[in-house]
Design a protein around this ligand. Structure first.
Ligand SMILES: Cc1cc2nc3c(=O)[nH]c(=O)nc-3n(C[C@H](O)[C@H](O)[C@H](O)COP(=O)(O)O)c2cc1C
Length: 196
């Protein structure tokens, strides 16, 4: 990454509400990497901002906050734990709360999957990629799967594995590089063309 273009805003979404979850430990590294590079970050934790099932009525602020966060983001990072060989119901609910048609359409999206098992979060990442493509987002290549996460982090969230940490942080750098190289130049060009 370089130091230009600080108008970038990235939304980072946690895909679980499980108390003591490890996905948030990996997400914390992604957020740290973004902030260390001067990027504005909005985080969404569905445990703090409950969502609604499709068609349900309620006065929760979660759905509106989530949609506004995604709308104003230059890019979105979605995380999911691997639960029963697939994505969490929480990350699916997040996507369902993003509207139909979805405010994810046209957004660059990077994916992070976290699993206790040695195979990693391959299945959930495949499912998440498919759903994100279906709603029209631009899914960045190189999703990151964290395998054996309970050996990668201690209970306090300290990362014990340098190589895994590098991989997790790369979710942030790949997103920012993509936005800088492919989204911002296009926006700048549009401003120039409209002004001429
Ligand atoms: C309902 C449930 C289903 C799970 N299924 C799997 C699984 O299929 N494969 C796997 O590797 N780990 C599985 N796990 C373990 C999670 O991957 C593990 O908890 C990991 O830490 C990531 O989830 P977390 O963010 O909730 O901690 C499951 C955990 C739960 C709670």
């Amino acid at each position: 990454m370089n130091d230009t273009s600080e108008d970038i805003r990235i939304a980072v979404i946690l895909g679980t509400t499980r108390p003591g979850n490890y996905t948030s430990k990996a997400v914390a590294l992604v957020v740290d990497e973004l902030q260390a590079n001067g990027i504005a970050v909005d985080t969404f934790d569905p445990a703090e901002m409950p969502l609604l099932s499709p068609g349900a009525v309620g006065d929760n602020l979660g759905p509106e906050r989530l949609r506004e966060m995604v709308k104003s983001a230059s890019g979105v990072i979605l995380s999911t734990p691997e639960y029963h060989g697939g994505i969490s119901s929480t990350i699916k609910l997040v996507i369902e709360n993003l509207g139909f048609p979805s405010v994810l359409a046209g957004k660059p999206v990077a994916l992070l999957g976290v699993a206790a098992g040695r195979i990693g979060a391959i299945k959930s990442l495949e499912q998440l990629r498919s759903i994100c493509s279906h709603v029209g987002s631009i899914v960045l290549p190189g999703p990151v799967s964290v395998a054996g996460v309970r050996q990668v982090f201690d209970e306090d969230g300290r990362c014990l594995d340098g190589e895994a940490e590098k991989q997790i942080r790369s979710v942030a750098t790949k997103m920012v590089d993509y936005v800088r190289q492919s989204v911002c130049p296009a926006q700048c060009l549009e401003v120039l063309v409209r002004a001429s």
